[in-house]
Design a protein around this ligand. Structure first.
Ligand code: ARG
Length: 247
């Protein structure tokens, strides 16, 4: 009899662990990735993801907190419960879907190639290419140009931008809004977008940015999806969008 009771108890505990009800959510985020997530001179975190994430938590009626984590270890950090979700310009794709559960997409920018304005690039052969390690841009460049170009992988996007400014790279491949804000808008030097905006193939470029959760947190993901729909309807999403991408 005792045995049955303790087995039942264990099942109950496992059950609650499966459908945990959050009143506080910790987001893992990799910074700087301007204008998506970065620090003000005061050290305070800001950016499109930060403002949208905070607004979503407010709409749901929970508190949230941001935990800075280098991109390369951001999914393992979610699995180790260092935080409960990732909101860090993470592109939804099938490979990541095997490990995490994504919210609906909240932003769908293309990727783009950025190079100094004076450069004349008609082929990537022999080029020194920069990417952030572990991004879809890294996967794409490694698979398509790994044999013909020299690829440098950076743990943070700003280390890559510094090497670009120091002329150690010919070209970098980035989420377009980040290249725009860190290179096109830079006062250091003139940069341009080389070629087209890139959104295909989907296998690499996925389905827009989503918030990543642990697979079992379906209810939590649903609460964020509902809140996102509300913020799109009531104008809050547009207001945040204008703050970072308006002219
Ligand atoms: N969107 C790209 C990807 O998912 C890069 C995201 C990098 N994000 C960041 N905060 N550093 O692979």
């Amino acid at each position: 009899k005792l045995l049955t009771v303790s087995i039942l108890g264990a099942a109950l505990v496992a059950g609650t662990a499966q459908a945990r009800d959050y009143d506080h959510v910790r987001f893992g985020v990799d910074v700087p990735y301007e204008p998506m997530e970065y620090r003000l001179p005061s050290g305070e975190l800001t950016g499109f993801d930060i403002d949208l994430g905070n607004a979503l938590c407010e709409e749901i009626g929970i508190t949230c907190e941001w935990i800075v984590q280098e991109w390369d270890g951001i999914i393992p950090g979610l699995m180790s419960r260092n935080y409960d979700a990732i909101m860090s310009s993470m592109t939804i794709n099938d490979e990541r879907r095997q490990t995490v559960r994504f919210s609906d997409p909240y932003f769908t920018p293309p990727s783009a190639w950025f190079a100094p304005a004076e450069s004349d690039i008609d082929s990537l052969e022999g080029m020194a290419i920069g990417v952030q390690r572990g991004t879809l841009q890294d996967n794409y460049v490694t698979d398509l140009f790994g044999d013909v170009a020299s690829i440098s992988r950076y743990s943070t996007a700003d280390d890559m931008v510094l090497d670009m400014e120091a002329e150690r790279l010919d070209i970098v491949f980035l989420d377009y809004p980040v290249g725009k804000s860190t290179l096109l808008d830079s006062e250091e030097r003139d940069y341009v977008v080389v070629g087209e905006m890139i959104t295909e193939p989907k296998e690499y470029f996925g389905d827009g940015f989503g918030i990543a959760f642990r697979q079992r947190d379906e209810a939590l993901a649903e609460r964020f999806n509902e809140a996102l729909a509300t913020l799109r309807e009531n104008g809050t999403y547009d207001e945040i969008y204008q703050r970072y991408f308006g002219e």
